[in-house]
Ligand binder design. Structure first.
Ligand SMILES: *Cc1c(COP(=O)(O)O)cnc(C)c1O
Length: 468
């Protein structure tokens, strides 16, 4: 499989190189040159497969030529064996023809484990083969950091540095990162905000001299391998609910557009998905595009669903590429305009094309809490605020009552007790594997909000705690 850039100028790469690449050299994102397509008969033949075996069939074409079938099978079996539910991604019915796909049974209790557990193993496999070591740098305001650290903690060839804003993440979220101990794991609390952390990651990618030749790898959602891993659970859910013989609709709590873009790809690979609902919080740039063709940058509004607090959606570029007939130069021009003006809209017929599949809703904090309370009263289920936004959007935007509606359950409610309590619901207990989280030893270094200081730290510690 070959991968091309959404901006049309960077060279095509194979899977292995895309895995180790961040942005393409022209500033674009990598996408498959040709998407695999499965027949209805082939998809139907996968019914009842264990999750890791389904994952092998769905993802095999994407890694072809880089990873052998036997190696890929073993990696996938190991990846999903650590999930706390034996179904890996179980469906829970909330109402007539309405289900939550529970994607929070991985080690850090959010859907990001599906991709990052796999990413860490793929990196280690490829680096072992090449005899190379890499450094990962990432910034987090919550879920990504812990999922990335959990995914990479066993990697022999990776040192991971995750920055979070000092005293500005919840205690559960901080402890999920800082209590994972290992000489290749480096938690940094920056005396600044999340944007400061992200700027330092960006600046480090732009000027890598301090790494003395060691490669720097990205683990944010622009990494193609993360999108790829998320395609699988759309197939998994549909197969449980009578697909591919009938169509399924999905509602997806959305921030950077990675998770829902995977659903869009599943449909283009042959899965009959009749509707995809973009569910956002008050940070609603995607809702403004879907409802009125205006992708205009706004300020950041902190919310009770912080994992969806974004100003721009990095993976939206991948959809724009398809909407423009995969013309990379047209996409580059559009995004140059956006960079200059903070505004973007597309030609009417392209927007209409997108709206055949996508609907959207923006849900504020008040409606989020009301939905948590509504679902609790009706079913006894406690939703996390992100999933609650997905439920609200599913109920308000649904096109056909006869089509099964699946809401992606992106996080466990225990991670977001503030919203749950505001809804008047008692927050649940930490699951067994995290029950002693608040007693565990933490390891974290507080550093000044200063690029030089951070880069010196990385270069002094980047080889399992020794200098690069
Ligand atoms: C990351 C995250 C999202 C948003 O996913 P995107 O792929 O960025 O759209 C939604 N909910 C939770 C709990 C998350 O951690």
């Amino acid at each position: 499989m070959r991968y091309i850039s959404t901006r049309g100028k960077a060279p095509a790469l194979n899977f292995e190189d895309v895995l180790l690449a961040g942005l393409a050299s022209d500033g674009g994102l990598y996408v498959p040159e040709n998407l695999p397509r499965f027949s209805v008969e082939e998809i139907a033949s996968w019914a009842g497969l264990p999750y890791h075996e389904l994952a092998f069939r769905v993802m095999r074409p994407f890694v072809a030529g880089s990873i052998s079938d036997a190696d890929f099978k073993a990696i996938l079996k190991d990846t999903y064996a650590g999930f706390a539910h034996s179904a890996v991604a179980p469906l829970k019915q909330l109402d007539a023809n309405e289900w939550v796909l529970e994607l929070f049974h991985g080690p850090t209790l959010a859907f990001k484990d599906f991709a990052l557990q796999l990413l860490g193993r793929l990196l280690d496999h490829v680096l072992q083969k090449r005899g190379e070591r890499v450094v990962i740098m990432g910034a987090t305001s919550g879920d990504t950091g812990s999922a990335a650290i959990e995914g990479c903690k066993a990697c022999d060839n990776v040192d991971i540095f995750i920055m979070h804003p000092h005293n500005r993440v919840s205690a559960v979220q901080r402890r999920q990162m800082t209590t994972i101990l290992g000489d290749n794991i480096h938690n940094i609390a920056i005396e600044g905000n999340f944007d400061d952390c992200q700027e330092m990651v960006k600046a480090s990618f732009a000027d890598q001299g301090f790494l003395k030749g060691t490669r720097l790898v990205a683990v944010n959602s622009i990494n193609w391998a993360r999108i790829m891993a998320q395609i699988v659970y759309y197939f998994h859910a549909a197969l449980q609910l009578g697909g591919p013989a009938r169509s399924i609709a999905f509602s997806v709590p959305t921030g950077n557009f990675g998770d829902i873009f995977a659903g869009y790809l599943a449909r283009n690979m042959g899965l009959p998905i009749s509707q995809l609902i973009v569910a956002t919080n008050r940070n609603d740039i995607l809702h403004r595009f879907m409802s009125g063709n205006r992708y205009d940058k706004d300020t950041l509004h902190p919310s009770l669903s912080p994992s969806m607090d974004i100003m721009v959606s990095s993976n939206f570029e991948r959809l724009l590429f398809d909407l423009h007939g995969r013309n990379g130069l047209a996409v580059a021009e559009l995004l140059d305009g956006f960079k200059a003006s903070g505004k973007l809209s597309v030609e009417e017929d392209r927007w209409t094309e997108a709206r055949k599949l996508f609907d959207s809703l923006a849900v504020d904090d008040e409606a989020t809490c009301a939905t948590i309370a509504e679902v609790y009263k009706a079913t006894g289920e406690v939703l996390d605020p992100h999933t609650a936004i997905g439920v609200r959007a599913a109920r308000d935007c649904r096109r056909h009552l006869a089509t099964p509606m699946v809401i992606l359950g992106t996080a466990h409610p225990v991670k977001f007790p503030e919203a749950v309590e505001k809804a008047g619901v008692t927050a649940p207990q930490l699951p067994a594997h995290l029950a002693d989280l608040h007693e565990r030893e933490e390891r974290c270094t507080v550093l000044a909000n200063d690029l030089k200081v951070v880069q010196q730290f990385v270069s002094a510690q980047g080889n399992r705690g020794k200098p690069l």
